[in-house]
Design a protein around this ligand. Structure first.
Ligand SMILES: Nc1nc2c(c(=O)[nH]1)N[C@@H](CN(C=O)c1ccc(C(=O)N[C@@H](CCC(=O)O)C(=O)O)cc1)CN2
Ligand code: MG
Length: 298
């Protein structure tokens, strides 16, 4: 049976480190500031945003939340982001996704000042990551957190290891592949058009599932001893828990995969908590950079 990688424990360690470093920054008169923008009332987004704001406060940050009505115009969201871009008390700006359909998420993301883009979605940060400038980029939180879990298992140098990333999203799949590549892994990105996906997955020493399809990756797709990072968070009906009840599952069929894997992240409690922890780390990094200070963390 696989070792279960507990993301809650690692995330708590990251947050603890951020707290200490934020306290040290206070001696320089710097208080990291995180602004979180949410448009509309998507219940899951509301929970994530509340967790982000709460964790930021726990870290000793200035935590500002802007809650906008679902019918807010794109121009008004742009204007808010532009105001935050020039607000010296704010070092990190995050616009919660998804946005309502009438707002072009790409336009909003490209409006965020790259040096405050703690989600790491701006073209500048994407380009830095893709060209190996990881040290000056802001790295997307979910892949960054996944990478930290992989590092805990395999160290920082993945030379000789083969990694398969299932999913090619801009938010997870592509940045994940770049981080693995930067760590010297031999990386393949797989997706819905990949031929014989099970066979490809079976070649992976590190298998990252980020497709958003409940329990798609089966246990017999996992090479014996592989490290499996499940990025999926899917809510599915759970009639066994009662009428109308649901439960969370990942993109990996956990019960069968844990029999083959050497180590595996659970859902919930794996990658999810790392996303919020790494957001804190990114905000801290940004606050250091804005103050002209070096951050030697993580
Ligand atoms: N602007 C952004 N929007 C979104 C991001 C993002 O990184 N930036 N990621 C996701 C949502 N997300 C954070 O925003 C997020 C999702 C899940 C978790 C998490 O801790 N999940 C728990 C389970 C939670 C539950 O019970 O529902 C877990 O996996 O243990 C944290 C953050 C989309 N939008
Ligand atoms: Mg849209």
């Amino acid at each position: 049976m696989a070792e279960i990688i507990d993301g809650k424990i690692v995330a708590a360690e990251v947050v603890e480190g951020v707290k200490k470093s934020a306290a040290a920054l206070a001696a320089h008169g710097v208080k990291p500031g995180l602004a979180v923008v949410i448009v509309g009332e998507d219940p899951a987004s509301q929970v994530y945003v509340a967790n982000k704001s709460r964790t930021a406060k726990e870290c000793g940050f200035l935590s500002v939340q802007h809650t906008l009505a679902a019918d807010t115009s794109e121009a008004d969201v742009v204007a808010l982001v532009e105001a935050l871009n020039v607000d010296p008390s704010i070092h990190g700006i995050l616009v919660q996704l998804p946005l309502p359909g009438h707002i072009d998420a790409g336009k909003i993301i490209q409006t965020i000042a790259p040096d405050k883009d703690v989600d790491g979605f701006h073209f500048i940060n994407v380009g830095k990551l893709a060209t190996g400038e990881v040290d000056t980029a802001l790295v997307p939180c979910t892949p960054f957190g996944s990478m930290l879990l992989i590092e805990r298992k395999h160290g920082k140098d993945l030379s000789g290891l083969s990694a398969v990333v299932v999913g090619r999203s801009n938010i997870v799949g592509k940045p994940m592949a770049h981080l693995l590549l930067a760590a010297n892994a031999t990386v393949t990105i797989a997706h819905s058009r990949t031929r014989d996906l099970p066979a490809l997955c079976r070649t992976a020493d590190i298998l990252v599932a980020a497709v958003g399809r409940p329990e798609m990756v089966k246990g017999d797709w996992v090479k014996p001893g592989a490290t499996v990072i499940d990025v999926g968070i899917n809510r599915i009906p759970a009639p066994e828990k009662g009428e109308g009840k649901s439960r969370l599952v990942g993109d990996v069929e956990f019960a069968s995969a844990e029999k083959n894997a050497g180590a595996i992240t659970p859902v919930p409690g794996g990658v999810g908590p790392m996303t919020i922890a790494m957001l804190m780390a990114n905000t801290l990094v940004s606050a250091h950079r804005h103050a002209g200070l070096e951050y030697k963390g993580l």
